[in-house]
Design a protein around this ligand. Structure first.
Ligand code: ZN
Ligand code: ZN
Length: 250
């Protein structure tokens, strides 16, 4: 029988712990900006460095007053909005889907860097304050695709932060996606419309009558998803304002 006294933590773990401490002290685990790789040193730098954050700025282009589409100077409302007014009152995104903002969204959405939700929620908030002021009853995220239903849901996670900051509820289950739709990327405008036909609806038994809702998505291209979701909410009696982080230049 061994007379050796019990050590805690057991020796191999203690050794590993010391090595880890040493590595931290030597800076091996110093947090780095997830976009440019620079060391994060300032206290307010969490996931992105100050320079990358400063590269995310609102677009100054002329936009359609209703749907937010980028327009050539002098136009107030775009052709599609004049021909067929959207089911939402207005839509605004923070900026164009390009540069550092695009990198941050990809990092968040596909790299699943969840802490970015705090930074992105701030961009939604800024856009609201600047361009869509008013009182809203709830935040409604565009429903995640079935494939993502049990994993990380980027719009929902960010929407939860935004709703908390606005002091209103997140109505995650209000809209449902009735079937999985193939990704919209690479489809023509007409194909996108057909692809989304009947894809979204108010959840069975849900009520939206009289509510002022903030419909939330991350990126919009033709606005087809926003239109479908807003139409379902409006059929339920709600007034809808749409808010996204970025939009593509068409
Ligand atoms: Zn950086
Ligand atoms: Zn428009």
């Amino acid at each position: 029988m061994s007379s050796e006294p019990a050590v805690f933590p057991p020796r191999p773990f203690a050794r590993a712990g010391r090595r880890l401490l040493l590595a931290v002290r030597c800076g091996l685990f110093r947090p780095r900006c997830r976009i440019c790789g620079r060391d994060l040193v300032a206290e307010d730098e969490t996931v992105l460095c100050r320079d990358c954050l400063a590269g995310i700025a609102p677009a100054a282009d002329d936009r359609c007053f209703v749907c937010g589409r980028f327009l050539s100077a002098g136009q107030a409302v775009c052709g599609p909005c004049l021909l067929s007014p959207p089911p939402f009152e207005r839509h605004r995104s923070y900026a164009a889907y390009e540069g550092t903002l695009r990198q941050a969204i990809i990092l968040y959405k596909f790299g699943e860097v969840e802490p970015l939700k705090h930074i992105l929620a701030g961009l939604y908030q800024e856009t609201l304050a600047r361009e869509l002021p008013g009182a809203y009853d709830a935040v409604v995220p565009v429903p995640a695709d079935r494939r993502r239903r049990h994993g990380f849901q980027p719009v929902q996670a960010c929407g939860r932060v935004l709703a908390r900051r606005l002091g209103i509820p997140l109505r995650d289950g209000l809209l449902v996606k009735k079937r999985s739709t193939p990704p919209q990327v690479g489809l023509t405008r007409a194909q996108r419309r057909v692809n989304l036909e009947g894809a979204f609806a108010l959840a069975p038994g849900a009520r939206a009558g009289g509510l002022r809702l903030l419909l939330l998505d991350d990126v919009t291209t033709t606005g087809a998803t926003l239109r479908r979701c807003a139409a379902a909410l409006r059929r339920g009696g709600a007034r809808v304002t749409a808010l996204t982080l970025a939009q593509t230049r068409l």
